[in-house]
Design a protein around this ligand. Sequence first.
Ligand SMILES: [Zn+2]
Length: 466
Amino acid sequence: MPTLLLKNAYIATMDDHQREIPEGGLLIRDGFIEQVGQIANLPNTADEILDLKGHIVLPGLVNTHHHFYQTLTRAVPAAQDANLFNWLKTLYPIWARLTPDDIFISTQTALAELALSGCTTASDHLYLFPNGSKLDDEIAAAKEVGLRLQASRGSMSLGESKGGLPPDSVVDTEENILKDSQRLIQQYHDAKSGAMVQIVLAPCSPFSVTSDLMKQSAKLAREYGVHLHTHLAETEDEEQFCLQKFGHRPVGYMQAVDWVGGDVWFAHAVWVNDEEIKVFAKHDCGVAHCPTSNMRLASGIAPIKEYRAAGVNVGLGVDGSASNDGSHLLAEVRQAMLLSRIKEGITGFSRSPLPAGEGLGVRSLMTAREALHLGTRGGAAVLGRKDIGSLEVGKCADFFAISLNRLDYPGAGHDPVSAVVFCQPTRVDYTVVGGKFIVKEGQLVTVDELKLIEKHNKAAKRLVAG
Ligand SMILES: [Zn+2]
């Protein structure tokens, strides 16, 4: 069993004690962490040694919501300044032209970007399968890049003619969707520790899926012990849609279709009230917070501090690249911290006057370490994975490293952990998944970056031109 010794780094373990080790190291054996500690207490030989003097090492970031294919439709002019429903209506006809090759190329681009931003596990939500496309195309592409993948088999069954938002040309029958979902679970889902691929069932949203498909998907997922994911309470428009169509607010609708439980996580969950936060906490539902997308589409600000205070698991997602328009997960950690502070500024301070003698400095703002917790432990909990999210003995050897000797960090050496969040997020120097290098010395090692960009641009041009 091959061993890798990482030494001389500033290690932030993100374990339960938030242990940070200035002169630290990791001993990795066969893809898992065997020892974590001060370098003096670790062996000094291994099959491979990586000296990371001057670097900070953090657990690999966990992305809980994305649509990889949308990297092909970034910054499309007609969709730049639209809110969610108009943005979708502009892009659906373009996405209807996607091919299996497009899915493959865009998956690699998104995962390459994610890897260069410190991500080691990514969830993706693919809910359009035009022109023979399959989730298999994405899984094959991810295997080459080498990141862990929570592949969500998305679906849309409520077309315009039945009162849904998407055109009928991009929706499918319930029968086909359920049959393919079952096939994918049987073919790919790995429930073991260290799994590289897990399948998730993910009807797209209340406004694109029938109630029956929601119920049937939940039933099928629970037969196999796989997780469930969907978009929820993203905008006020959706709230109005649910009230009119189903007679429930979005969270009430989820309860009505048996979509609450520790096996369910929702993307966005912006428009919720205090009672609905309690419903999530009571049933252990998770939330994928996507701050950039929520700002880009003017959707609103999710109540992250309230979720955390209620005990709800929250992870971070970059969301699809047509509403971000990138896949930089460390940047999303920073956005989460900053957006939480904006919310605090708008609501917290103005709602409750400061107690006498108390200055703004003592208010409890989201810290850099809390934001990193969302991006690591929080994301792992949301996906139901106990084997990732921190650097601890027995967990997957998934981490990233950044050199602090670059222009982004001079003057921030007093707190390297906070520096990688407060200072402008950068490309990472190393990303390792299960002990294998995905990024080494700042370069992707599993895909050819320049060739990928060329192929991707060609595919995007054809797709958007029609
Ligand atoms: Zn999304």
